[in-house]
Structures are given as structure tokens and as C-alpha cells.
Write a protein that binds this ligand. Sequence first.
Ligand code: ARG
Length: 473
Amino acid sequence: MAKNKGQKTNDSHLKSKPLWAGRLTQGPEEEAFAFQASINIDKRFVFDDIKGSKAHVSMLGRQGIVPKDSAERIALELEKIAGEIKNGKLEIDSRAEDIHTFLETVLTERLGESGKMVHAGRSRNDQTAVDFRLYLKRAVPQLQSQLAATINTLLDTAQLHVTSVMPGYTHLQRAQPVTLGHHITAWCAALERDHSRFRDALARLDECPLGSGALAGSALPLDRKTVAQELGFKRLCINSMDAIADRDFVLELSGACAITMVHLSRFCEDIVLWASEEFKYIELSESWSTGSSIMPQKKNPDFAELIRGKSGRTAGNLVTLLTLLKGLPYAYNKDLQEDKEALFDSMDTLNACLRMFAGMMGSAKFNLKRMKGACSGGFMEATDTAEYLVRKGLPFRAAHGTAALIVRGCIEAGHKNISGLSMVELKKYSKLFEEDIYKAITPAACIKARDLPGGPAPKEVRRQIKILRKKIV
Ligand code: ARG
């Protein structure tokens, strides 16, 4: 099993029976064996499996379940194996069934009888469950750092643009003026919730399943608490059957990935629109764009499109996992082996997309003139005109009606903005209008006035940015 580079390859495992052969006299054919193997997926767990086995075997030694010296020898050998895998001296054999089998076989090849002691009081069912949780406790914080880095890149851009006016849209129609800073901070608020979703899932999965055996624990005097502590878990799983059957943590994380990807997808949709000739709000750098093999003039937002496209696979992975679990009787079923590939794919996809999105956005240039220009002509100051009248004492419904009549009048008279009307004309709609209306309805004034918590006023967006930065450290 162990392929030692520079040494003769030991293929003895190919002729020997699998670890689980037990009462079976016949094993699967080669193709069938490969079909049910999972080594190419669960080899990601190699160091987690070694860590779990070391804690388990040390406990077996302390509890007198295996002789102390054997336990020590196994723990030392496991450490050696980890080192050899790290420095490339020992290669993980993809012909093995899974990472647990591979490591136990290497141990047994090297230590003989002692190697066979490591699995006392343990099943691959609790082993794969503990490996998965240990792995996620390492990998999810890395994903969170990437997410935090992406949020910070976006917040840097937002900060630069707290006074850069642009149209805010509803129904993809110009609605009210906002700023680019406000818009990008909106994205970051969503990503910060994603960040906290990972944190929540991590807190819930921080339970040690080891000692749950195949499903019903063990009659050996295992010390579950110390093992859990040594492995850095907060608590023990409360019920051995649940510990084996539970994959909620996979669903939660897959959900968190899918939601984050849907967020990225929506932002990318904004980018694709903004990069079009019709909007022309953003200029993606050449290194984050692609050309066309036929149309020489093209500069395509491929990265944004691909991130948007890849959100589909993370939604698919979530459905895969929900469907996988839906009909499973308690406790372990081999179906569960399918749990890893889907989550790994979602995590890898999200990680890559976060990096690409941050890179693309970090180097993008905004066409501020164009954005500002788009604030004129769509009567986005109509709501602020109505609110002006409310401030002067008019009930909102009446103010709304007056502003609507003004907009209609402007369109008929060919005015692009409400401020195109003279004071005499405005007074015809309402006596409450005074000279200060003209200053109140410039895009910048509309934005500055909307300074409630959450609003687009520059001072308020600066506050939002500060809060979001604090939340992700
Ligand atoms: N590779 C298996 C998995 O990931 C390990 C557990 C196998 N257990 C069993 N009883 N066949 O689920």
C-alpha cells in the first residue's frame, strides 16, 4: 500500500483482503472496488485522520486498552507518516479504499501486530465524522479570511466613493439618487451576514463524535472527554447514533456557500450591466476582461459572468446534499460517503470566486461622470420634492400627488428635471414651494439629506463601513 519513493513499491494490499472483509470470502471486482472507494476525495483528510488517530491511540494507551509502549509506538509512527506525506516521501495510494484504510494499512505494514491495535473502540463511521469536522474547523476559517479580505477590498472602494453620486434602482428603473459607496456597502452588508453564517455553523459543529463507534459507542472504557479536548473540540456529540448519522453541518456550510455565491452572482449581474455600453458605469481593467475570437472590438466581463454562472453549481451541491440525506434511515449508510465531494466543491468554488471577484473589483475604474449624468433626467428627485412639501406641512399622499403632477408637467414641457421649472411655475402646483427647493433637490443634496441610519448620506455610509470592518475581524 505504501508507495515509498526511491524504495521498492509494496503492492501487498492489492493481493490482500480489504480491512472490512471479515466474514466475506469474496471481494468486489477491480472496477466495483474502485466504484465504492473514496480515497481520491477523502485524502484531503489525511492530516486530520492522523491527528484523530494519535489522540485515539494515546487514550487507548492511557486507559490500558492497548499496551502503553504499543500506543506510543503507533503515535510516533503516525507522526512519522505525517512528515513523510508532507515532504513527499510517502505518496497516498489512490488504489486504497479510503484514507482511513490507507493509513491503517501503512501502520500495520510498518509495525505489524501493534499497528492492528489502533482501531480498538473505533469505526470508520465515527472516524470519518471526526475527520470531516476537524477538516472543516481548519478550512472554514480560511474561507472566512478570504471572505473578510474580499469585504475589505470592497469597503476600500466604497470609502473612496461615499460622495460619488449614482442612480439607485428598483425594477431596474432609476429610483432615487444614492452613491457608489452606498451601493457597494450594501453588497458588503450581505457578505458580512455570510461571514457570520460560517461562524454560526462552525460553533454548532464543534462537537466530537469520536467514541460513537459504528453507531452504538463501545463497551471498552474509552475516555471520550479527553480525546475531544485534545482534538480541540468544545463538546462531545450528545448521542452516538446522531453523531454518526448527522450531516447538518455539511448542509449548513453548503447552504452558507450557496447563499454567498448567490450574493456574488447578484453583484456580478450589476457589474455585467455596468460594463455594458448602455450603462458604461465601470471600466474593468484589461487583465480582468477577455476579448472575442471573432469580434476584435470586444472587451467582455467574462470573470463576472463566470462567477455568476458558478453560483449554479453551489445551489446544485446543496440540493445534492439535501436529497442525499432525505431518505436515509438511521444511522450510517454508505450513501453518506457522497457528502464530501459536494461540500468540497462548493467551498473550492466559493474560495476561487471570492479571490477573482476581489481582484476584478480592486482594479476596476468607475465612470463617475456617467453615473452622475444618469442622475439627471429620470426625475429621481420626485420623492425628495414630495418630502420637501411634507416638511412644509402637506400630508404625504397630497405631496406625492403634487410631485407626480409636476413630473407629468415637466415631461409635457420638455424639462429634464423638476428644477427646470421656474418658481412661478412651481407655485402653480403648490404655494408651499420657496426658493430653497432648488438646492434641496440636487442629487447631492437629496443624498446628504437622507442621513438616517442605513441611508446614503456620506457621513452615514462612512459609519456603516466602520461597523462592517469591525464585524469581520
Ligand atoms: N469512506 C466512508 C465514508 O466516507 C467511511 C466510512 C465507511 N463505513 C462503512 N461502514 N462502510 O462514509
